[in-house]
Write a protein that binds this ligand. Structure first.
Ligand SMILES: C[S@@+](CC[C@H](N)C(=O)[O-])C[C@H]1O[C@@H](n2cnc3c(N)ncnc32)[C@H](O)[C@@H]1O
Length: 239
């Protein structure tokens, strides 16, 4: 069974997790790339917004308007009640069903959501709806834990077990370190990178680019050095 994001305790524990690594090697480069590509005067759909951690960062980064959607009313309430929400709004949805018209948003993001769905058909539903509600020329970013960095103990989490190879669609435990020294265990689904390309392409997205940020300085000689980026980011365009 996956993580129950409707559960209040799960939602509170996720809030306690210090996402500085996600910020530095995930959210920050995503928001920078978005602003470089489309500027700030845009409306962004945050699919699977959770408690609004990324939406608030988009607003703080100068993005004009953010619309967050999530399957969990608990998470939507949390996001809506935050005093720093600025020009953002939050809505509860069912998987893959959005009440927005075609061609509504300039961009969309989907952070740590693919790994929370264990059916490929649900991934496709999500991405098709995102594609439908984006204007042409829009960009869609998908950010997730890196399927090629399982079992590596990063400074704040470990994604899967050491020395284990995961199959596409297999359940994988993730261990998040909380500030009090305890571990918050969540259950994700392992998706190979090929699956992300497949789903994005099938939903109609083009020019899919892959980004993997790490602390290793790749401008120096890294030959023979095995390094593991903690996250993976796909940037896809709708024409
Ligand atoms: C790990 S949290 C990430 C929240 C946020 N994107 C972030 O980066 O902090 C995953 C969120 O995705 C939501 N979610 C999972 N599957 C979903 C689906 N099929 N449709 C909408 N929301 C979904 C969950 O309810 C949860 O709030």
């Amino acid at each position: 069974m996956g993580t129950n994001w409707m559960n209040e305790e799960v939602s509170n524990l996720f809030d306690q997790y210090d996402d500085y690594l996600e910020e530095r090697l995930g959210y920050k480069p995503l928001i920078e790339n978005l602003k470089e590509s489309l500027g700030q005067n845009i409306s962004v759909l945050d699919y699977g917004c959770g408690g609004g951690k990324v939406s608030r960062r988009l607003i703080a980064g100068g993005i004009k308007a953010v619309t967050g959607v999530d399957i969990s009313q608990t998470m939507v309430d949390k996001a809506s009640n935050n005093i720093n929400r600025g020009n953002s709004s939050y809505h509860q949805i069912n998987t893959g069903v959005l009440s927005f018209k075609d061609n509504t948003f300039d961009a969309a993001i989907c952070c740590y959501v693919f790994i929370n769905n264990n059916e490929k058909s649900d991934l496709l539903k999500i991405v098709k709806e995102v594609h439908r509600t984006l204007k042409s020329g829009s960009i869609f970013y998908v950010l997730d834990t890196n399927p090629d960095s399982t079992g590596i103990k990063f400074s704040s989490f470990m994604n899967g077990e050491p020395n284990k190879k995961y199959n596409d669609g297999e359940r994988r435990l993730v261990y998040l370190d909380l500030p009090d020294g305890s571990i918050f265990e969540i259950s994700d689904t392992h998706w190979h990178k090929d699956t992300y390309y497949e789903i994005l392409t099938e939903a109609g997205f083009k020019t899919i680019e892959l980004f993997e940020y790490s602390d290793v300085d790749t401008s120096k000689d890294t030959e023979g050095l095995q390094y593991y980026p903690p996250f993976v980011m796909f940037k896809a365009t709708k024409f």
